[in-house]
Design a protein around this ligand. Structure first.
Ligand SMILES: [Mg+2]
Length: 362
């Protein structure tokens, strides 16, 4: 089997109700998709934060066997292609391999430890509302009503906002819901520790990206100072970016994104490094139906860490923000039921792309 063509797409979804994290206000969502075609008629789809340049595709992808996924990865990386763009090609190659072998990708990754994954609702952004606390409380209660047993809220907007609103949401959802917070790198070390000590009183599952993503020493300081798990690394590209953060145990949980870190091929290497260093992996997910599905296959194949009778939940980040490219791009959309998502069982990624939906946003 030979790769005969690669098409790239850059769809943009305009957000109707803009939302903010500590870094930016999101008014549109932009994605890089690739469609890899073979002479056997098998086509694979992939997503990355960006897509590779034409000359990189011509030099390292066209004409190759899709099962050469390591060789293709190295070739693109050596040439200087952004790892997030390599991710798109890599995911498409695994989609092709699964379709060619008539197996879901999780089967190629070593099999499923679980075929249903617990999801946590990612929402609770800051929005323009007359009473932000009331709006957050209402949104959080809505997730509980939908059946979610876990959720994540955005913080990093200053001590007053964070302390008041984290406590209000915890009160509203009760003690039984897993509750994480994410500062999107919005604080310096001192503020992160000061805010962290206050919000930790709300029994938080983790405190995500309190400071700049690559500040290893800063994360070590915060981790020693706070009595809660610290997570991060969703923006990291390639195994080298994760190396010190993992080896120095600067994070309790790393959150590689399959569409940023380098696809399935690189995700597995990062996971092995984390496992060897007793660092937990809970993937980041914020993208189209392709990223959601790829993340589900990884979660199916991720062993419990540690291997306990009552293990720490292997959680899917379930993005609740509006994005038709997540909810409509697959002909059979991935949906949660009572906070649980089933892993697709079809060959490859196990989804069929709706080209009309794709064209609408290109
Ligand atoms: Mg995050």
């Amino acid at each position: 089997m030979k790769i005969v063509d690669v098409k790239t797409y850059s769809p943009v979804y305009p957000v109707k109700d803009p939302f903010s994290n500590a870094m930016r206000t999101t008014r549109e969502r932009a994605f890089g998709l690739v469609e890899v075609m073979t002479d056997a008629g098998v086509t694979g789809w992939g997503e990355g934060a960006t897509v590779p340049a034409r000359r990189a595709l011509d030099a390292h992808v066209i004409g190759r066997n899709p099962f050469d996924y390591e060789v293709i990865w190295e070739g693109l990386h050596k040439q200087g292609t952004d790892t997030a763009a390599i991710s798109a090609v890599d995911i498409a190659l695994w989609d092709i391999m699964g379709k060619a072998l008539k197996q879901p990708i999780y089967q190629l990754l070593g099999g499923a430890f679980r075929t249903r994954v617990q999801a946590y609702a990612t929402g609770l952004f800051r929005r323009e509302r007359p009473d932000r606390t009331a709006a957050l409380v209402e949104e959080a209660r809505g997730y509980v009503d939908e059946g979610f047993k876990a959720m994540k809220m955005k913080v990093g907007f200053g001590p007053d906002y964070d302390i008041k609103n984290v406590a209000a949401v915890r009160r509203a959802i009760g003690d039984d819901i897993l509750f994480a917070v994410d500062a999107n790198c919005g604080y310096d070390v001192g503020t992160a520790i000061a805010v962290g000590q206050e919000i930790a009183k709300n029994n938080l599952l983790w405190f995500e990206e309190p400071i700049s993503a690559d500040d290893v020493e800063g994360y070590i300081e915060i981790r020693r100072a706070l009595k809660m798990r610290i997570s991060g690394a969703e923006q990291f590209r390639g195994r080298w970016a994760f190396r010190r953060m993992i080896q120095e145990r600067a994070l309790d949980i790393i959150q590689p994104d399959v569409c940023v870190c380098g696809g399935f091929t690189e995700f597995r290497k990062i996971t092995a490094m984390a496992s060897a260093n007793h660092v937990r992996v809970i993937p980041h997910m914020f993208g189209t139906a392709i990223r959601l599905t790829a993340t589900l296959h990884l979660l199916a194949a991720l062993p419990d860490s540690p291997r306990a009778l009552e293990p720490f939940p292997t959680l899917l980040e379930y993005d609740m923000s509006e994005n038709a490219l997540r909810t409509e791009l697959a002909r059979e959309p991935i949906r949660h039921s009572g906070g649980i998502v089933a892993v697709p069982q079809g060959p490859g990624l196990g989804i069929e792309i709706d080209r009309e939906v794709l064209q609408r946003y290109c």
